[in-house]
Ligand binder design. Structure first.
Ligand SMILES: NC(=O)C1=CN([C@@H]2O[C@H](COP(=O)(O)OP(=O)(O)OC[C@H]3O[C@@H](n4cnc5c(N)ncnc54)[C@H](OP(=O)(O)O)[C@@H]3O)[C@@H](O)[C@H]2O)C=CC1
Ligand SMILES: CC(=O)[C@@H](O)[C@H](O)COP(=O)(O)O
Ligand SMILES: [Mn+2]
Length: 355
């Protein structure tokens, strides 16, 4: 298989599963972490490697190294592998997802932004989601009458923080997720609850439903619930590790133990909370977004600009939601009618948020 984003949090976990099941790695794609990439090359012996920047090529211990988006797309097109794991972060993951679909590959999709921005143009027939909640929903779905689905949120880094202090929190504090070890961008998305908004959109596309909601479960041990018309609810419980969703997304069958089972006696108790708009302002537009999934494109573009500014120390934490809500208000009538328009609207919203 091919692993895009091999040096990230999902990429490293994917290679852990590849090691466990002795899977062949045809190619690796990484950004700027050349030190880790070189270790991965030594262990997995890929035929081809692509990195973000030309200037780093000489540091990569491989004879066949490309760089940039064009080479990532060519790599997918010319590969023999049946499976592409897309663990790139953000909008830059969209073209590789589209290319993998065009080449009829099986896509193990961690890059949820592909669905958030262009769900209506994505053929899902060979797609498996790598997202703990959507894996949970997929695992739970039975041939019974379903009334709705619920995914859980951890509440992020500031779940229990005094509200009046949110305006002056630091980047370091924001990156301190209570339960998951993930990349920076998704960790900030989790703190603002934008990650959960993305996941509602993701669930809407994946399971063809608008009857999906989220609640906080503070330990991230329950990932999803399916609520049946008979009044019963089933819950997916697993320790907070991405290895299970990844294993199911890339393996044909999975009968081996991937994770240590949750010991409920050790857990003792679980706590559930409502997602409140005073702590998570983005939640104000939940219903509007679910009724108009085209807003995912605007939300994603504005959020990527705002998160990047926050990580560079240019704006405060609360400004992230302010920027995204303002952009949604301005562009809420826009709808992309083709995949080309996805890229045009993305650019327009970014320019607006950057100015
Ligand atoms: N982490 C998690 O547990 C979960 C993540 N996801 C989703 O999975 C995706 C990946 O998340 P995560 O692994 O946390 O993110 P990370 O930031 O940890 O990893 C991102 C990966 O993309 C690579 N990358 C970044 N820019 C480029 C570029 N221009 N060209 C080539 N490669 C690039 C990075 O390379 P480098 O580091 O070398 O610069 C890295 O390998 C996101 O869409 C996220 O929302 C979904 C559910 C759970
Ligand atoms: C591991 C995973 O799937 C993440 O998307 C996780 O859900 C993020 O944590 P939050 O629940 O805090 O958004
Ligand atoms: Mn998730």
């Amino acid at each position: 298989m091919i692993v895009l984003g091999s040096t990230g949090s999902i990429g490293v976990n994917t290679l852990n599963i590849a090691r466990k099941f002795n899977l062949n790695i045809e190619a690796l794609v990484a950004g700027t972490n050349i030190e880790l990439l070189n270790k991965q090359i030594k262990e997995f012996n890929p035929k081809k490697v692509v990195i973000a920047n030309q200037k780093d090529i000489s540091r990569v211990n491989h004879s066949n190294v490309g760089f940039g988006e064009k080479d990532i797309l060519e790599l997918i097109e010319n590969s023999e592998s049946k499976t592409v794991v897309n663990a790139l972060v953000g909008f830059l993951g969209l073209r590789p997802t589209l290319k993998a679909i065009e080449c009829k590959k099986k896509i193990a999709l961690a890059n949820k932004e592909s669905l958030v921005v262009a769900g209506k143009f994505i053929d899902q027939s060979r797609l498996s989601p790598i997202d703990s909640e959507h894996f949970g929903l997929w695992y739970l779905l039975q041939n019974k009458k379903i009334s709705s689905m619920t995914i859980t949120a951890s509440g992020g880094s500031f779940r229990d923080y005094p509200l009046e202090k949110l305006s002056c929190v630091s980047v370091k504090e924001a990156l301190n997720h209570p339960n998951w070890s993930m990349g920076n961008k998704i960790t900030i998305d989790s703190a603002t609850m934008t990650n959960k908004m993305f996941e509602l959109i993701e669930a809407a596309w994946l399971f063809n439903t608008r009857k999906v909601d989220a609640i906080i479960e503070t330990k991230s041990l329950i990932h999803a619930f399916v609520n049946f018309e008979d009044g019963s609810t089933t819950a997916h419980i697993a320790n907070a590790s991405m290895q299970l969703p990844i294993a199911y997304a890339i393996l044909e069958k999975c009968n081996e133990q991937i994770l240590k089972p949750v010991n409920l006696l050790e857990v003792g108790n679980l706590e559930f909370k409502e997602i409140e708009t005073n702590r998570y302002p983005i939640w104000e537009i939940k219903d509007e977004v679910l009724n108009n999934l085209d807003l995912g494109l605007i939300l994603n573009a504005a959020n990527e600009v705002a998160v990047s500014k926050f990580l560079k120390g240019q704006i405060g934490f609360l400004d992230i939601s302010k920027i995204t809500l303002k952009a949604l208000n301005k562009f809420n009538a826009l709808k992309a009618n083709s995949i080309e328009e996805i890229f045009e609207i993305d650019k327009e919203v970014r320019n607006y948020c950057d100015s």
